[in-house]
Ligand binder design. Structure first.
Ligand code: C5P
Length: 225
């Protein structure tokens, strides 16, 4: 794989799993940009300063300097001041606060800049990278040679989130997960800066009824085309 594969779409489409597996299968790096927004949100929650937007912005932008993303698809990691925060950023507190933090323009600008540095490093290091998020094909790497936008119905996405939560040992209630998926997609799609949408040149792939293996097979075909 040469260059960038941009993988966008709402939550619960299987983006993370297929992006990571695609990168591993192609000898490419892997970057989960959602984890970066989540880690900044954790920094804000820990500061206790999430009350006003200007405090939130200050804490989140400052925390970008403390972030470390490991882009090896066989052992991806996210650290905040050296601490592995992977499991904490997937919890309910961060999940319910992340859309508000990621709607702040200065936070997005700081993270996009960091993401581009990581992408350049990966391309120098191993030639290619699979980057997943919401705005990769539209903002972060608008000239990516391959852009994929994964979709799935709300119910399927909520069911996938639930399965993930169960696997990670977190409580999972269908109605609550569905409500969260809806709320987060609404916030992510209607924010002023970089709202979630498929780039005009993205290939839209509806994953309802497709297994992870099916999606991966299709992506591998696209990458080798
Ligand atoms: O992908 P994940 O569900 O972990 O992303 C968490 C949140 O981070 C999203 O709901 C969205 O608010 C934000 N995000 C974003 N832009 C990205 C990746 C994630 O705004 N590129």
């Amino acid at each position: 794989l040469h260059g960038v594969v941009a993988m966008d779409g709402p939550s619960g489409t299987g983006k993370s799993t297929v992006s990571r597996r695609l990168a591993a299968a192609c000898g490419a790096a892997y970057l989960d940009t959602g984890a970066m927004y989540r880690a900044l949100t954790l920094a804000v929650l820990r500061s206790g300063l999430e009350g006003t937007e200007s405090d939130t912005e200050k804490v989140a932008v400052a925390a970008v300097a403390d972030l470390e993303s490991v882009t090896d698809p066989s052992a991806p990691a996210i650290r905040l001041s050296g601490e592995d925060v992977e499991s904490e950023i997937r919890g309910a507190a961060v999940t319910s606060a992340v859309s508000a933090v990621s709607a702040i323009p200065a936070v997005r600008a700081a993270l996009v800049e960091r993401q581009r540095v990581l992408i350049d490093e990966a391309i120098t290091g191993c030639g290619g990278i699979v980057v997943e998020g919401r705005d990769i094909g539209s903002v972060v790497v608008p000239d990516a040679p391959l852009k994929v936008y994964l979709t799935a119905s709300e119910d399927v996405r909520a069911a996938r989130r639930e399965a993930q939560d169960r696997k990670a040992g977190r409580a999972a209630d269908h109605a609550a997960v569905l409500a969260d998926v809806r709320r987060r997609d609404e916030l992510d799609s209607t924010r002023k800066t970089s709202p979630l949408h498929a780039a005009p040149d993205a290939l839209v792939l509806d994953t309802d009824g497709l297994s992870v293996d099916d999606v991966l097979t299709e992506l591998l075909r696209l990458v080798t085309d």
